[in-house]
Ligand binder design. Sequence first.
Ligand SMILES: Cc1cc2nc3c(=O)[nH]c(=O)nc-3n(C[C@H](O)[C@H](O)[C@H](O)COP(=O)(O)OP(=O)(O)OC[C@H]3O[C@@H](n4cnc5c(N)ncnc54)[C@H](O)[C@@H]3O)c2cc1C
Length: 439
Amino acid sequence: MRGRFAGEIIEPGDAGYDQARIVWNAIVDRHPALVVRPTSVDDVVSAIQFAHDKDLVVAVRGGAHSVAGFSTCDGGMVIDLSGMRAVAVDPNRKRATAQGGAHLSKLDKSAQAHGLVCPVGVVGHTGVAGLTLGGGMGRLQRKLGLTIDNLESVNLVTAAGERLRASEEENSDLFWGLRGAGANFGVATSFEFKLHPFGGTIFQGMVAFPVERSLEVAEQVREFVATHADVHTALAFTKMEDLGGRPVFVVGSTHAGSVDEAERDLRVFRELLPLVDTFGAKPYLEVQGMADESSGWGQRFYTKAGFLAHLNDEVISLCAELVETIPAGAELSLWAQGGAIGRISDDAMAYTGRDAPFNISAELAWTDPADDEERIAWGRAAIAKVKPFMTAGRYVNDVSEAGTDGAQIYGAAKYQRLVALKRKYDPENFFRLNQNIKP
Ligand SMILES: Cc1cc2nc3c(=O)[nH]c(=O)nc-3n(C[C@H](O)[C@H](O)[C@H](O)COP(=O)(O)OP(=O)(O)OC[C@H]3O[C@@H](n4cnc5c(N)ncnc54)[C@H](O)[C@@H]3O)c2cc1C
């Protein structure tokens, strides 16, 4: 392979091996037979060919943030795209092209250098690839849609080593599947995104209330979300360290309008006299990077999530009850959808759940392996209690358990369509380290 592969090849025993085999979630501890770092599409083709020849299972890695650990493996080959992280912006066409290993921070910074933006997630070191192929939720989702709603095309190398372009015009069936189930069909070597004019300042922050006031505050939240369809609204139930571990109900928001508009719109929450208030005008890139350190590599992490049919008082009361037993470093997070997300038909792409008003996730981070069982059990039990309030679909990037039934993630009809696509583009299930669509 070394003769026809320009990038790095790392094997057990090599100096960089232990660094190369790990992924973001420290729970995942696997030992691949080799990690290869392509520097070009030709290298990707060579790597796929070699894995075929040697019958190696393949893990594809963008930013390595898969909570389930799909971007590493035992005994197989990791195709690590960290040698392909470039982002190019065409300000005239308002388009960005990101290579398959690019980080969100690079896309954010490159676009903002031209006064433009693509809506992406909230932690800069997350991979553009994995985030986009699953959907892409973020602070601008109600204003500009999910990341996939701004995806123009994907260049892909298939299991057969074929180079394909998928867009609304070319291989449109594949393009449909890539937007929500995209880790199943090949190695994405580049993505083209639509960009939007966007100033460098955003109004962002949160207000926190004693959890006992959840129902009263939730009434305002429902009204706010219904009347401000473009404003990002993210709720959380957690124990706040700064308040001595007191259980709180947090209302977070990112308002992309003018500072005056944001002050006016969000006043309703300030007038409720919160315990904490961090709302203010901030540089967009600073906001996009503010969780990078607290969400750094090496922590242990579990999440379980689903879409809510309503944000009614029963759900709020249940969350308020659950937060009483929530472990340190954990939260129940509820993100409003609607707005630009809801303006696209749920059938338009593989991503399933865009009609739901909220996504809810239990997110748990910790460091001691001795806590693994307890933290994971808490997350599972919490979401099991919320399940009666959930509606169809799951956000695939929030599904931590490998082997989850695809029909649960995409619904039965879409899953059948995805199976047909898988049979067409990857009939031997070469790309199977993902929430797998079985051909
Ligand atoms: C700290 C943190 C913050 C997050 N924040 C958000 C957020 O704000 N919004 C949101 O929507 N999600 C968020 N997520 C979830 C995140 O979108 C998913 O974990 C996503 O899959 C990560 O992509 P990645 O490229 O970093 O991961 P990887 O582990 O590299 O890959 C994830 C999956 O995509 C596949 N894949 C990766 N690169 C390619 C490629 N080039 N071609 C084909 N397949 C590929 C992998 O095989 C794997 O199945 C977050 C996750 C973490 C850990």
